[in-house]
Design a protein around this ligand. Structure first.
Ligand SMILES: [Fe+2]
Ligand SMILES: [Fe+2]
Length: 159
């Protein structure tokens, strides 16, 4: 229990500055899946990535892991209205450019963002532990959020 609290407070401390930055807070204006904002989605991916990382038998750079996870979808538009049928393919590069401009990125953070949609983005392969973790965490969170949206739609239909 105490270890869990330590982990929770470490997570809160590591994401504090970026998650409170007003540029990052803009993600609250955009919808990711169902009624989940891109802001909430990125926080969920960061949290899940952190939980994976503390269970693994090897060390990861938590600071870079969480910055990459928080910024992996920093593309700054509502993809539902954007009219880009290849959004899934294009957005990692857009998020990368925006994040580099606004926050600066290490090589590891760049790889996390650019490769998070792999294998869709064939040539952008996760090349570090942190990128593999975020790539997996994002897929799990996205499936959960999409299923939740579909379940809510079914519930409405059955009333
Ligand atoms: Fe994404
Ligand atoms: Fe995502």
């Amino acid at each position: 229990m105490k270890k869990r609290l330590n982990n929770e407070s470490q997570f809160a401390e590591l994401i504090h500055d970026l998650s409170h930055d007003e540029r990052f807070q803009k993600l609250k204006d955009y919808t990711q899946h169902g009624n989940i904002s891109t802001y909430t989605h990125c926080l969920r991916v960061a949290k899940r990535s952190f939980r994976f990382s503390i269970r693994l038998p090897f060390r990861v750079n938590e600071k870079e892991l969480l910055k990459g996870a928080l910024l992996h979808d920093y593309f700054l538009y509502d993809w539902h209205n954007h009219g880009d049928k290849l959004h899934g393919y294009h957005h990692p590069n857009i998020a990368f450019r925006n994040a580099k401009r606004d926050f600066g990125l290490t090589r590891r953070e760049q790889n996390i963002i650019k490769s998070h949609m792999w294998p869709l983005t064939l040539t952008h392969i996760p090349r570090c532990r942190e990128a593999v973790i975020v790539c997996l965490a994002d897929k799990i969170c996205s499936i959960e959020e999409t299923l939740k949206k579909d379940i809510n739609r079914l519930k409405k239909l059955s009333v």
